[in-house]
Design a binder for this molecule. Structure first.
Ligand SMILES: [Zn+2]
Length: 308
């Protein structure tokens, strides 16, 4: 699926926080507040912001029927705002009642309104799965509960975008399991600690690091407390593992970099170092562990084609 244009829909559904997307959302907030303020002393308000918001919601994949239902207004009235009444020869409405404006401008493309096949940002889905692994749930167990094949959870966690159907399934799973003890649900002690160790080594945030309102916010960072802050070296090692892990799913250096918030040059450096390490091990196992080359240099580096 091609990415959405920058704007309201991309901000809400893809988690883009660029200037254009932020501006579109600010305009909507403004319009929503104005509809409330003006509605207090005017019998009619401008229909243009309502029309603009209907188009934004349509860009999110919401049909007019769905919007009308959520706003509690008749669909024909929304059609009149968008297209006028061709049967009567009237153009798109210029003004609407404040109640209608407020009702429409209050609608947001929340996950319960979106169609199951709509593709949205995977941040919340990834964080939920990672938090469950951190709680001791083995990935294979999570996959089984989601009705997926064994390796699917790992692949799912590497995805940038997922469909709403999957978002809902993972959310429901998380809501069931987040406070349950895996060992009381048939997970043996070994698998339990293996899952926890995996999460710890990758710095996957535990359940307690998130609030309901931060979990799905791409801009939010986990609150893990200052006491167990990893050292810089631990962070570097974890980032290294994460880069190698994501690249193993066939993501390009650019995609991996975008995901982790590092430059694609850094990604390339890490991957070349990783490959050099493998080669080094094969050539002379007694050799000292080769260190990654310093930033920006890549001695003896082969072209990046495997990962590009
Ligand atoms: Zn954007």
């Amino acid at each position: 699926m091609s990415p959405r244009d920058h704007g309201y829909a991309r901000y809400k559904l893809d988690g883009c926080r660029c200037y254009v997307c932020g501006f579109a959302v600010a305009q909507w907030r403004d319009a929503r507040e104005q509809a409330v303020r003006r509605g207090q002393w005017q019998p009619y308000v401008d229909a243009a912001p309502v029309r603009a918001h209907l188009r934004r919601l349509q860009a999110c994949g919401l049909g007019l029927r769905r919007i009308a239902q959520a706003a509690g207004v008749d669909r024909k009235r929304l059609q009149a705002v968008l297209h006028g009444r061709p049967e009567r020869g009237t153009p798109p409405q210029r003004q609407v009642r404040p109640g209608l404006a407020q009702a429409v401008l209050a609608i947001e493309p929340t996950e319960d309104l979106l169609g199951p096949a709509t593709v949205i940002d995977a941040t919340g889905t990834r964080r939920r799965l990672q938090a469950l692994v951190a709680a001791g749930w083995p990935q294979a167990r999570l996959a089984a509960r989601l009705g997926m094949a064994r390796g699917c959870v790992s692949a799912l966690m590497a995805r940038e975008r997922v469909c709403v159907r999957t978002v809902r399934a993972v959310k429901a799973l998380y809501d069931t399991l987040w406070c349950a003890d895996p060992r009381r649900h048939g997970v043996d002690a070994q698998a339990y600690s293996r899952a926890r160790n995996q999460a710890r080594s990758r710095y996957w945030a535990p359940v307690g690091a998130w609030d309901d309102d931060t979990l799905d916010d791409p801009a939010a960072v986990p609150d893990t407390g200052a006491a167990n802050e990893p050292t810089r070296m631990e962070r570097t090692a974890a980032r290294h593992d994460e880069i190698v892990h994501l690249a193993s799913f066939g993501l390009s250096a650019l995609e991996v970099g975008a995901r982790l918030g590092v430059s694609s040059t850094t990604v390339g450096t890490v991957l070349r170092a990783e490959r050099a390490e493998h080669v080094g091990h094969r050539r002379a196992r007694s050799d000292a562990r080769p260190r990654p080359p310093p930033r920006g240099t890549a001695p003896g580096a082969a072209p990046d084609r495997d990962y590009a």
